[in-house]
Design a protein around this ligand. Structure first.
Ligand code: NAP
Length: 528
């Protein structure tokens, strides 16, 4: 497939006229010569939004089977792009082959998962309470609930997942599954990859004869095109993964609209790992090595990267630090996604370096001529220093982490209470630690969306039970997840139909149950 540098607005390819941008290869530290990408602005936002508005009713009223077929066809079309897609994503992101092949598998896997979710129909929560005309003292009306899509959704592609959290990523897949048209703002770090995936979706729209406005792909500056998209009255929700600053900016715009809309922003998390004493005594070395692997995976550019380790005591803690330090010392520096992200990492590390009472205990291998490459780093401090230095709780997006020494378990609890909201918290734990864990877990449940035992937080399974969310600032809305089947809930709202004639009801709650859905009828779950 030839990359043209055009945006995809409905069925059309449109060359933006609000400036140009070239893609950048962070490994070579140079621009990719051709093509140049034309940036869009308000006019393109207006056109994409208008088409999305026109597509909304016909798209959401498609049969569930057809909507599922659409998601599966997108997955097939992405696979049909073959190696060219992986090669382009490698050039634009600096990520290695195996990682991107895995990410493509996750991307098509989540499209297929959502196809299954759509066919199943439970996402609509269909419920029927039959009329009770004889009920005393007042009769009950016939009441039927089915969820429908909120309306067209704006999706901001993420820098760190050029496939799985970008044009056809989790936000797009879950919004399309909900019945919402999607307008994507491509991330400027991977414009060519975005165009290729966008064309795979555009082809699926065309081949199935769907309304063209079901999908558009825009390119342009966040502060111009991105802001205009969030402010557009047609857009009814926003999906975002990126910086806290960016997420907060979009939330402000969304809240200042005449009709405020939800922004589902996944922003920053340091994913504390608690090393409980018995577990540490039993296996400090293997925990240290596993931690170093998790910290450096993908140059640490995961939202679930373990940026903090909490420990109690001395002797076994030192065993852990020694093992982690030795493992880290062998880890090569890795090119980061963009020069900006690399610079932000260096700035974050320099800030921690400057805090009194924080000691750097280990480093990875230096960059040695690699461009935009991050050198891993491990720091140690204590609970009281952490609590008095807010900078130590800031995310260092990259392979850097800080070990926090506690004198006793009460200090661990004090620290846990002061944590900001997190995507994950991890416990390394053995049976002898369970009594302490019973005091800690209620605090951690208030702080995080996922609690793990004896693993590391990187690696997010896409499945029904996953929660990739958490209290602010890990996300803007702790009530939802952005990964897994429940991610569809972000883009749905319930509608109750009271005494409507059967023929006017959505199929999900019609008497004959033409889609064969499981439904709650008069309070009882009735299988299909
Ligand atoms: P970002 O700067 O927040 O940008 C993400 C997207 O939002 C881009 O498309 C950007 O547009 C847009 N945007 C940013 N600020 C905006 C604003 N004020 N108004 C409208 N749109 C705006 O994130 P990034 O480029 O991915 O990386 C920068 C930093 O974010 C990293 O160094 C890291 O600290 C953090 N990050 C965190 C995670 C995580 O999962 N926790 C993931 C990725 C990044 P442009 O195209 O104009 O840039």
């Amino acid at each position: 497939m030839q990359i043209t540098g055009e945006m995809l607005i409905g069925a059309s390819s449109v060359r933006g006229t609000e400036g140009q941008q070239q893609a950048f290869d962070p490994c070579m530290d140079q621009f990719i010569a051709t093509p140049t990408f034309g940036m869009g602005g308000q006019a393109e936002v207006d056109r994409a939004a208008q088409l999305a508005a026109q597509a909304f009713d016909p798209y959401r009223q498609l049969s569930l089977a057809k909507r599922a077929e659409f998601l599966e066809l997108i997955a097939d079309n992405i696979m049909a792009l073959g190696d060219a897609l992986i090669e382009r994503a490698m050039a634009e992101s600096g990520l290695p082959l195996v990682r991107l092949q895995g990410e493509r598998g996750r991307t098509v896997g989540q499209l297929r998962l959502f196809a299954k979710v759509v066919r199943d129909g439970r996402f609509m929560s269909p419920a029927i309470d039959h009329a009770q005309p004889e009920r005393m003292p007042l009769p009950r009306a016939d009441l039927r609930l089915a969820k429908m899509a909120l309306g067209p959704v704006a999706v901001f592609g993420a820098s760190n997942f050029p496939l799985a959290f970008s044009v056809a990523g989790g936000d797009t897949a879950s919004a399309l599954a909900a019945g919402a048209p999607v307008v994507v703002k491509a991330h400027s770090a991977h414009l060519g990859t975005s165009e290729m995936v966008g064309r795979a979706i555009q082809k699926a729209v065309r081949d199935l004869g769907l309304p063209e406005g079901v999908f558009s792909l825009l390119m342009g500056a966040g502060r111009k095109l991105g802001e205009a998209l969030v402010a557009h009255p047609v857009i009814k929700a926003v999906g975002f993964t990126g910086s806290r600053q960016g997420g907060l900016a979009l939330m402000r715009i969304a809240n200042a609209r005449p009709e405020p809309i939800p922004v589902y922003a996944e922003m920053s998390s340091i994913n504390p790992v608690f090393l409980m004493p018995a577990a540490l005594a039993a296996r400090a070395e293997s925990i240290g090595r596993g931690f170093a692997d998790s910290l450096t995976m993908g140059a640490g550019q995961f939202c679930t990267n373990p940026g903090m380790v909490v420990v109690i005591g001395d002797r076994n803690v030192q065993r852990f630090i020694d093992a982690a330090s030795q493992a880290l010392a062998t880890k090569p520096a890795q090119t980061m996604l963009t020069p900006g992200i690399h610079q932000a990492f260096d700035t974050g590390v320099a800030k921690v370096d400057g805090v009194e009472g924080v000691e750097k205990v280990a480093q990875g291998q230096p960059a040695d001529g690699l461009h935009n490459a991050a050198q891993a780093a491990l720091y140690v401090t204590d609970v009281q220093r952490l609590l008095s230095s807010p900078v130590l709780q800031e995310e260092m997006f990259g392979p850097a982490s800080i070990v926090i020494r506690a004198r006793n378990f009460d200090e661990v609890l004090e620290l846990a209470e002061q944590l900001e909201g997190q995507l994950t918290v991890t416990l390394q734990i053995d049976p002898a630690d369970y009594a302490d864990a019973q005091r800690l877990i209620p605090v951690l449940e208030r702080k995080a969306g996922r609690i793990l035992a004896n693993g590391f937080p990187t690696g997010v399974e896409v499945c029904h039970a996953m929660v990739h969310g958490g209290p602010f600032p890990s996300t803007s809305n702790a009530m939802f997840t952005s990964v897994g089947a429940s991610a569809i809930d972000r883009f749905l709202r319930p509608v109750c139909y009271q005494d409507l004639p059967d023929v006017l009801l959505p199929a999900a709650v019609q008497q004959a149950n033409p889609q064969g859905l499981a439904r709650v009828i008069n309070g009882d779950l009735v299988a299909r």
